[in-house]
Structure formats: C-alpha cells, structure tokens
Design a protein around this ligand. Sequence first.
Ligand code: ADP
Ligand code: ZN
Ligand code: MG
Length: 481
Amino acid sequence: MAQYEVVIGLEIHAELLTKTKIFCACTTAFGGHANSHCCPVCLGLPGALPVLNEKAVEYGIKAGLALDCRIPERCKFDRKNYFYPDLPKAYQISQYDEPLCLGGSVTCETETGLQTIGVTRVHLEEEAGKSVHSGDNILGSEYSSMDYNRAGIPLIEIVTEPDLRSPQDAKAFLEHLKRVLQYIEVSDCKMEEGSLRCDANVSLRPLGVQELGTKVEIKNLNSFRSVERALQHEVTRQSQLYEAKQQVEQETRAWDEARGVTVSMRSKEESHDYRYFPEPDIPPVHINSLWVEDLRSGLPELPLSRKERLQRQYGLTTYEAEFLVSQRSWSDFFEAVVQEFDQEKMVVNWLMGDVSRVLNAREETLPQSQLDVSGLVELLRLIDTGTISGSQAKAVLEAVCATGQPPADVVQTLGMQQISDEDQLAAMVDAVIAQYPGEAQRCREGDAKLIGFFVGQIMKGSQGKANPKMVNELLRKKLKL
Ligand code: ADP
Ligand code: ZN
Ligand code: MG
C-alpha cells in the first residue's frame, strides 16, 4: 500500500429545512399518510408549473457562504432526465452548468491535522419520492408502492475537489460539514433519516504522480462509519487490482453494510446519459449581491473558529471546547450561563458531566429539555453558596429536568433547605471544635486556613444543609479570629 496515494472526493446531499417544498407549497413535514403532502406540481402532473421557493435559494446561499464559495450573480435550473418510479416527472430539476455557488473551501480538523478541502460547487435540486416494496427488497417483492411525500423537498448537493487523502479524513470532513450545516441552521443533517447522504469517489495513484487514477463511486452510505468502512474496503480492493496488474473499472458500486463489501451496480454513467437541458419553466435566477452580503453578515460564528475562541476566552481545554462546539446548542448555552455565573470551569464540568448524563438518560437534547439558562445559573449558585451540596445538586438537577420547576423550589420540595437556626448551628460548631481540639488550637493561634476544614466538616455532617455563611461567622467568633 505504501507506494499508492489514496484520492477521495465526496458528493453530499443535504435536505434543507424549509417549511415548504422547492417548487410548490406542499409541506416538508416528516411522516404523514403516504401521498398526503403532494400536489399536481410535485406529482409531475401535466400542465403543472413549478415556482421557485425563495427560502431554498437563501439556505443554499448560506451554505455556499459558510463553505467560502463565490455566489455568481446568475444561476439557472436544468432538467436531469432519468427514469425511475420515485421520480414522478421522469426528470429531476437540478442545476447543471450554472450552479448557485462555486469554488469554495473548508478547513477541518482530522487525525492528521488541519486540512483544507476544496469545494467545487453547491447547487440546488429536488428530492425524489420513496419506493415501498411489498417484500424485503425489490427482487423479492410482488409489487411496490410509491410515496411522493418527500418528492420536491429542497436539497443542496455539495461537490468537493478530490482533495481527501484517507477514509479517516473523509469521515472527519463529513462530520465537520454536518456540524457547519447544522450551525447555520439550513439542514438537520440526520444521516439515519436520510436528510444527509454522501456518495464517495475514490481512486489510487502511484506516489509522486500528479494525474488522477480511475475512480469508483460508492453509493448507499448511510452512516459516518459506513463512509469510512466502505472507502477502506474500496482502497484495499483497488490496491489488490493494481498489485495484480489489473485495471480498475470506472463504475458505480454499492456498499453492502451487512457483508462489509462494495458490489458493482453499473458502469459509470456520464453526464450526457442524463441529457441535461435548461428547465424551460423556471427563468434564470438573478442573485442580488446586497442580499448575499446581508446573508453573509448574518452567518453565525462557525464551529472551528468558535472552538478556538472558547479555548482562548475562557481558558478551556481542547477537549472541553470540542465538547461545547459539538452542538451549537451546547456552546450557546455555555456562553449564556457564564454571562451570569463566571466560573467557566465549573459550568463546563456540569455540562459535560451531570447535565449530559441526565439528558442522555432522558433521551433529550438540550433544546428539548426543561433545563434553561436561568435554571442552571440558579443551581450553580445554590452550590457555590453552599446552600446545597454537590450530591444534592445532582438530585435537584434531575428534578428540574423532570418537572421544569426552578431549582430553589425543588430544594424546598425535597426538604433540602439549609439550617439557619443560630442555636442549632452553634451546637454543631461546638461539637466539631470538641472533636478536633488540635486543629482548633492551631486555628486560635492564627492558622485561619483551618476555618475551611471546620466548615467542610459541618457541611458534611449536616448533609450540606447548614448555612455556610453563618457557620463561618460562628466559627470565627468561637475561635476568636
Ligand atoms: P463525474 O464526471 O464522474 O461526475 P466529477 O469530475 O464531476 O466526476 O467529480 C465527481 C466527484 O468525484 C467529485 O467529488 C470529485 O472530487 C471526485 N473525483 C473526480 N475524479 C476523481 C478521482 N480520480 N479520484 C477520486 N475522486 C475523484
Ligand atoms: Zn406539491
Ligand atoms: Mg459530476
């Protein structure tokens, strides 16, 4: 293997989060009875005319800008002709030679360091419908039914340059891209649900050679893991062909997840096979550069720069910052909490530890949960002032997430409120002083640090319920500090 270089380029499809389809007013909502989210346009009935959804264009431009692309001032739509039952018009409206976005690049972190990957283009197109086979697969089926609810949902296709050099890098790039699209809120990128899909092109070439080798395109990759595994398998298969002095056929292969192999689907189709021609029902689109600049200035900070800033600004470790940027909701939440409670380390520890644990157990994401910024701030203050102990705080957090009650109310309900009765506290103070006469003596002689030790003992003895401020004052009085 050492004498070959791996060359990979990806073609990624992402469903856009518009409320309606790209060329009609039908809803994009997930589910629904088969064929209930359809109209003459998305069913391809004769005479129905498409009308371009402005939001789809906006989301496409945002994606292009986040990937550092140029947005030409004009783009157009084309018909890509092929025959398949999930395609009601027998052509897909796509963009061929004048796409929405061109010539970008993305920098992402991989196991081999920072890599910059060229983005050839980003274009808009429509989603196809879904075949539902009566049996397990098409061959074992007596009949198939068609559901066109998904037909006409807007997609962006992102095409990269053949700049990736290993299956691991390809996976890291795809994960980064997903994060970027989620940050800018144009796609939810759920690979399991098909809203993010990837075709991977791979070839080998002898080290030092500039010219690209013959590529194979792999389809049917529906998880990040399968992208990496399929590419790894294909690299091995191709290198064995080279070793045996055999040709790599240019073809499209499908990944068989269960068997862990790629299988030949068809010899590679060329673009002329699709008989592309301009879509006559949609005029070319002129993109106002002021609109583009508006969208550019509205883009949020992207994950990689946010990660670097979080480390710098709050003194977080790489690991902590990586956790926070893994989902935009975590970093937004973190930054909102530290605005009001400035102990960054404590905040990030709670988010990575107990908050994550509780949310995982509840199978909720942060935005879905009943924990809000003011709730966590209140909880951390209760801990910080010693009103409740760390272990009590865990129970309070669980109750907040389950009921949505504010932490202070939970503390009341669970009977965790602190002891502030002076006589009761004085008795506790006397008891620990009697228990640790040596420490008490050193304290009286001026070793004020030992106060902390006594406060700790009393907090522990009272299961965190003693009022720490009052305990502190009483100790100082009794030890004459
Ligand atoms: P096609 O004409 O087959 O669609 P393109 O040139 O449009 O090929 O490229 C499609 C994808 O394949 C792009 O992501 C590109 O980076 C990648 N690609 C092109 N040539 C190669 C190659 N020799 N090896 C690996 N990937 C390649
Ligand atoms: Zn419709
Ligand atoms: Mg192509």
